[in-house]
Design a protein around this ligand. Sequence first.
Ligand code: ATR
Length: 276
Amino acid sequence: MTTKAFVIGHPINHSRSPLIHGTWLKEHGIDGSYEAVDVAPGELPAFFERLRRGEFAGGNVTIPHKEAVFALCDAVDPLAQTIGAVNTLVVENGRVLGRNSDYLGFLGNLDAEAPGWPEQLEEALVIGAGGAARAVLVALRERGVGCIHVLNRTLGNAEAMVSQIEGPFEAHGFDAFPALAARAGLVVNTSSVGMHGGRFDWLDMGLLPQTALVTDIVYTPLQTPLLIDAARYGLKTVDGLGMLLHQAVPGFEAWFGVKPSVRPALRQCIEATLDH
Ligand code: ATR
């Protein structure tokens, strides 16, 4: 019997997940399907009933449902609870289990593009305090980073976030950057700044150590102003597309029973769908 998986969202036509999973299904010769399903918020409970009846092995959840599906899942794993969002559903014996693979996607991307990055990494700067920042904090905590400084435009939002997640986190406003920069081995932008050409005027790359790694979770454009500035200073950079690709791995493995690889050809295929 064909194993079926899905991505639900509203709207859903921009999702690149069908292309990612479709490529892997073909590569592994699996009798499976992965389809985009447009589910309006009011239709979520009925969709979960279809899941419990066994129509799908599981699927991905995207905007605007990542928080709403929480209440509908039969169980949510502890890291997804900490992050406050579910992006992967796995159906087991008629029960719908919620997970979050964004933090694994973040780690998978850095592991692939900057091997050894956590070694000797004592302090990291995370810019932003939204949903994506929470996944990055959990990821850096998992890798044992000694001190993770969250810099946010609104200090109160950073303070609220770090008070909700256990870990070596400190909240700051952007004005703290000059005092923290020299010890920062990693800078991560989790905010949407960069999507439309924006940059952080206060972020003087010259204050970072030459060994610092700079990464952005924004992948449209692939080279954000932050990454362009960092590269000009000779710093190593990792773009955000790999996070999208790597976050898809755990779901595919759970539904189809094979752990897929993020190969250059897959990246090129998805890159070709991005606006340049
Ligand atoms: P997501 O859940 O996708 O991460 P979000 O919850 O809207 O998105 O979070 C957006 C983050 O980007 C916030 O940290 C926000 O800062 P504030 O807490 O001050 O709102 C940050 N952000 C968005 N636009 C920004 C801008 N123009 N300059 C600086 N920070 C910005």
